[in-house]
Design a protein around this ligand. Structure first.
Ligand code: COA
Ligand code: AMP
Length: 633
């Protein structure tokens, strides 16, 4: 076993004595009232942290720093190559913006416990809106801008927001995407109607406002009173973040206030090894969990300067974009998805753009969101010559489950492994009965309950569905990933064991795509699964069987199917290829053999399953896969 004594000591304490461990970490947060209980297990299998405690997350992320002398330090650097803007906002200025926007929301009727949907691009107003909700004790739900109206409507129906905050447009590379028509369409198709909308008008596009319902952000801000923080319970919800499950209905991951603040602040020093005042950059989007945790809350809780980057790793304007931001703003830690580095590597394999910039401020590169393939790991390490840290987590946990903890005691890096379970997470590899497997054997990656603070206490208004995580194998939280420990105790995450895929670090449900294809009038049945992609890691492809008697042109039907997924989920689904076949391979009991199809499409060896009903269908799939550019050539 590879062991580091200091790390082992911290890890063992977190598992053997979680109350003392997290109580100590919680001293770093300002509480309005101290908790009665650190770990509350009075309603198993639901666990709560810091029951009885009271605080305000916005106070801890903003006001506290102004009160303790960081008012003039930059809190946010908004760097937007797509609008040619760099704007620095100090903690003092941020406090003013957040307190006044909270005042504006309050005047519109938003009170503690109300929900607010935020559908915004990567602009400072998105962060201000999130923090203003936290200030009021309102529950925000940020919806990623790349989602189509239908997906937004699903979230509106579930979160039932009193108010929606949006902007006139997003800017994606060279494209300007008007958001208001998408928002209007979503409200039209949703059953729940928000009372009011607040729209931030960007100079690129002027949105038409609906009289009586829509309010202009700037006009509201002009005479908005600055309001104080509202004290909430540690266990009150801070936000809901929807993430893809195995069906078309996304899961509303709920995050509380107390455990979240404690865990995130702890992670900044212990995992990322950053100090207050340093510049921390998570190149993601506020619509994803990485954005919630490491663009907004964790860096601000820690008193760092966070970068809000509205651009891409390539094309805005070139593959030197990341190096420019690092050198211009003296970034200490960069966190992004491997796909971003694959994009840079593809356009600048020899690092010519890197040579133009001085990036010596950069101490670590952290990558997550999908498996870090060894090629990308070696390329990034060779180029940057700093530790390149793969770490593994998910929307549900909100912060890393496995990492090489730079602030405790670094381990030697092994390519392909996110190293070890982070303190607080008792990660085990088990079989389908929940029996622990020896090292080197692959199985289900689970976390022995309780999960540490900051992880989902439940799903929004859906305790039943939450139980799917913790009741299949009693005593464990099912991560949905497969993997193993090697002989040295390093963890390897090999991919999802359900219908969730990761496309360019974006989590999507193939089940949701199948539900859309099945709605097409000519489709009898279908299967969607992820195939390997050099840039995006994985992309979804579909196979459909048409209803008997349909004699329309297959190319036209395929185009319609691609369009349906784009219209209903959004461009971000990257669903571009669908093959029309005579039959899908099935077991004798009628189960579609998606994993065999996936191997065929990936061109890797496969065994004909003994349960298959008709093995000749596999040849049909192989042939069809070739016609859309997959499988063995
Ligand atoms: N609003 C509207 N549309 C969006 C969007 C947004 N916020 N984000 C993405 N899209 C659209 C894109 O414009 C693209 O549309 P297209 O099919 O018309 O070209 C589509 O969704 C797919 O987007 P994406 O998968 O991001 O592909 P890309 O080719 O534009 O960029 C990368 C590829 C690798 C450069 C990009 O995915 C990236 O920078 N990833 C970084 C990692 C990251 O952000 N991870 C998130 C979690 S850590
Ligand atoms: P999301 O909820 O969008 O963060 O996606 C979570 C999923 O992404 C995980 O369950 C994994 O399947 C995958 N994932 C995230 N980070 C990693 C990583 N470092 N290595 C392997 N898979 C990862």
């Amino acid at each position: 076993m590879s062991s580091n004594s200091k790390f082992d000591e911290v890890f063992n304490e977190s598992i053997n004595n979680p109350d003392a461990f997290w109580a100590k970490a919680a001293e770093d947060i300002r509480w309005d009232k101290k908790w009665d209980k650190v770990l509350d297990d009075s309603r198993l299998p639901f666990y709560r942290w810091f029951t009885g405690g009271e605080l305000n997350t916005c106070y801890n992320a903003v006001d506290f720093h102004v009160e303790s002398g960081r008012g003039d330090q930059t809190a946010i650097i908004y760097d937007s190559p797509v609008t040619d803007t760099v704007r620095k906002i100090t903690y003092k200025e941020l406090l003013d913006l957040v307190a006044r926007f909270a005042g504006a929301l309050d005047k519109l009727g938003v009170k503690k416990g109300d929900t607010v949907i935020i559908y915004m691009p990567m602009i400072p107003q998105a962060m201000v809106a999130m923090l203003a909700c936290a200030r009021l004790g309102a529950v925000h739900s940020v919806v990623f801008g790349g989602f189509a109206p239908n997906e937004l409507a699903i979230r509106i129906n579930d979160a039932k927001p009193k108010i929606i905050v949006s902007a006139s447009c997003g800017i994606e590379g060279k494209k300007t995407i008007p958001y208001k028509p998408l928002l209007d369409e979503a409200i039209k198709i949703a059953d729940h109607k928000p009372e009011k909308c607040v729209i931030f008008q960007r100079p690129q596009v002027a949105a038409e406002l609906v009289a009586g319902r829509d309010f202009d952000w700037e006009a509201l801000m002009k005479d908005a009173p600055a309001v104080a923080c509202v004290t909430v319970k540690a266990t009150d919800p801070l936000y809901i973040l929807y993430t893809s499950g195995t069906t078309g209905k996304p899961k509303g991951v709920m995050r509380d206030n107390g455990g979240h603040a404690v865990a995130l602040k702890w992670s900044m020093k212990n995992i990322y090894n950053v100090e207050p005042g340093e510049v921390y950059w998570a190149a993601s989007d506020v619509g994803w969990v990485v954005g919630h945790s490491y663009i907004v809350y964790a860096p601000l809780l820690k008193g760092c300067t966070t970068i809000l980057y509205e651009g891409k790793p390539v094309g805005t304007p070139d593959p030197g974009a990341f190096w420019r931001v690092i050198s211009q703003h003296k970034v200490s830690v960069l966190f992004t998805a491997p796909t971003a580095f694959r994009a840079i590597k593809k356009e600048d394999p020899n690092g010519e753009y890197l040579k133009k910039y001085d990036i010596k401020s950069l101490r670590y590169l952290f990558l997550a969101g999908e498996r870090l393939d060894p090629d990308t790991y070696y390329w990034a390490s060779d180029m940057l010559k700093i530790p390149v840290i793969d770490h593994w987590w998910q929307t549900e946990t909100g912060w890393p489950i496995a990492a090489n903890c730079m602030g405790i005691e670094p381990f030697a890096i092994k390519a392909g492994s996110p190293t070890k379970a982070v303190p607080g997470y008792n990660v085990q590899i088990v079989d389908s009965e929940g029996q622990q497997l020896p090292n080197t054997e692959e199985g289900y990656v689970v976390v022995k309950l309780p999960l540490p603070p900051g992880c989902l206490p439940t799903l929004w208004n859906d305790d039943e569905r939450y139980l799917e995580y913790v009741e299949k194998l009693p005593g464990f939280y099912l991560t949905g990933d497969g993997g193993y420990y090697d002989k040295d105790g390093y963890l390897y995450i090999m991919g999802r064991i359900d219908d969730v895929i990761n496309v360019a670090g974006h989590r999507l449900s193939t089940g949701a795509m199948e539900e859309i294809l099945a709605k097409h009038k000519d489709v009898a049945e279908c299967a969607v699964f992820g195939v390997n992609d050099q840039l995006k890691g994985e992309v979804p492809i579909g196979f459909t069987v048409l209803k008997a008697g349909v004699d329309r042109d297959h190319g036209t039907i395929a185009e319609e199917l691609v369009k349906m997924v784009r219209n209903e989920i959004g461009a971000v689904a990257c669903f571009k290829q669908v093959a029309i076949v005579k039959a899908l391979p099935k077991t004798r009991s009628g189960k579609t053999l998606r994993s065999t199809m996936r191997k065929i499409a990936n061109g890797v060896p496969y065994e004909v399953p003994s349960t298959i009903d008709d093995a000749s269908v596999l040849d049909i799939i192989a042939e069809a896969a070739r016609t859309i550019g997959y499988g063995k050539k």
